[in-house]
Ligand binder design. Structure first.
Ligand SMILES: [Fe+2]
Length: 290
């Protein structure tokens, strides 16, 4: 009997975003495989490769085929499980060993956000690899921000064309202060440091506009009175993450999930007491938002 490799193909989730890619091994992808993953990302915004065993070196090599990798934050390089051969990998984990966390973000809920909107060149793709996952809990949900843009009332959408949102970088999506900003003397969104990005962001490949919000805490629409900025942001956030625009990833060990931060947001359920969770994350740098 001759064994024939399964032909690679895409299996959409059936929701507003998300798809499985079957038959592509990220350890040894061909150029056709990479093109298929890229086109699936363009069409489905989030893709999952399930059931492969991949080293950190091979994981890094695979992600680098999608763009320039960002380095991991300096503070994460002090963790006990920092991967010296792969300085771009950030560990996301609730695990505490010898009294110290081995990674970032603990076991709490993470509010809706896109990755690294608070820098001038934010993350394009995020690659999250489930090294250890609890039997339940810690799911990651994704929402389609093209759909969110399409929900904006026409008169407001026309107004947004000329407006920019400041994505503050001093606080997390949960409103806690980041390392390096502990002493910042204000929580006023107008005063917080951060880059300005278009509220309606054009995707360079699809050429479609997505609502680009980053995170809610500390957001400020440049030039508006604060109360008006808050009112418009509240209205825009109501357009995002409607139930029919959401798909939820329930993690299995070895899952590699890739998403496009330019047209999606994500959130994580809390999972206190539900077991060890250790994810290895890579991100690529995007073009300047326009
Ligand atoms: Fe994130």
């Amino acid at each position: 009997m001759t064994l024939v490799a399964e032909r690679s193909h895409v299996v959409p989730s059936g929701s507003a975003l998300g798809a499985d890619i079957v038959g592509i091994n990220p350890v040894s992808p061909s150029s056709d495989d990479i093109q298929l993953v890229k086109s699936a990302l363009r069409d489905h915004l989030v893709v999952r490769l399930r059931g492969y065993d991949i080293s950190d070196v091979a994981f890094t090599r695979f992600a680098a085929l999608f763009g320039e990798l960002e380095g991991s934050p300096a503070y994460s390089r002090t963790r006990a499980v920092y991967v010296p051969d792969c300085p771009e990998i950030t560990i996301i984990s609730n695990v505490v060993e010898a009294g110290a966390p081995i990674g970032e973000h603990g076991d709490g809920e993470l509010n809706w956000h896109s990755d690294k909107g608070f820098v001038e060149l934010p993350s394009a793709y995020t690659f999250l690899l489930g090294r250890e996952v609890p039997a339940s809990g810690g799911n990651t949900s994704f929402c389609n921000m093209y759909a969110a843009a399409d929900r904006i009332p026409a008169d407001l959408r026309a107004r947004l064309a000329d407006l920019k949102l400041k994505h503050q970088r001093s606080h997390t999506a949960q409103g806690t202060r980041r390392p390096g900003y502990r002493d910042i003397g204000t929580d006023d969104p107008r005063e917080l440091p951060g880059p300005q990005h278009p509220i309606l962001r054009t995707h360079p490949e699809s050429c479609r506009q997505a609502l680009y919000l980053g995170r809610r805490f500390g957001g400020y629409i440049v030039g508006l009175p604060l109360a008006e900025s808050e009112a418009v942001l509240n209205q825009l956030w109501l357009c995002a993450a409607q139930p029919e625009d959401v798909w939820t990833q329930e993690w299995q060990t070895g899952d590699l999930v890739i998403w496009d931060n330019r047209c999606s947001m994500h959130r994580r359920d809390a999972f206190p007491g539900m077991g060890r969770r250790r994810m290895h994350r890579l991100t690529t740098i995007s073009e300047r938002p326009y």
